[in-house]
Design a protein. Sequence first.
Length: 230
Amino acid sequence: MKPAGIQKFRYRRILLELNAEKSAWHPDTETFFCADLHWGKETTFQKASLPIPVQSLESNLNRLSSLIEQLRPKRVVVLGDMVHGTSSFTDSFRSTMHRFWDRQAGRGDCCWILVEGNHDRRAKSEIKKWPVQIVSPPWRFEDFMCVHDPMEISLFAGSQQEVMVMAGHVHPAFSMPDNGEKLACFAFRENMLIFPAFSDFTGRNLIDAKETETVFLIRHGEIVPFSPPH
């Protein structure tokens, strides 16, 4: 059973299924992609006595677990910022994550790959304790070139048009021209697809319509393509 709110997207021979849960599925390789989980951000805010959404971490972990349960991927690729930082690793956070990884271990053979993001570098020693393979961007997988920050692709010396670049970091959002509503979105230009932040507990950054060919808007459990006017 696949998640509701699916939008198929093709680039050359690559077919992706984008979904309203701010992630993507590549059926040919049985790979699940997402970006910017920012696990533990709530803990950081709590330490600073800042208000946070109730059960935000548990909610995001449950969303992710549900998608993995439905899709049964061979691999999960996180396009950076799996965690928020070293300050996240309290005893309570470690306990929550221990339960999460125990549940994942009972769901079959699935490889977790983290394309290292700027927040992950601060907590690399802690992440290494989890069943996660950490790779440095840019990381090539099949017809994909995976990075965290879209600017990292300039480090890759090969022909970029032969692959589809997958990136996060930006937390893209688009302001609707009719009512100004700020919607999370996938943003595509040339051969690069920038993912929205998977976490509900992140900011959203408006993208420049002039630098985007197509956005896939996420709203009320649906995902729809939209070509910004230039």
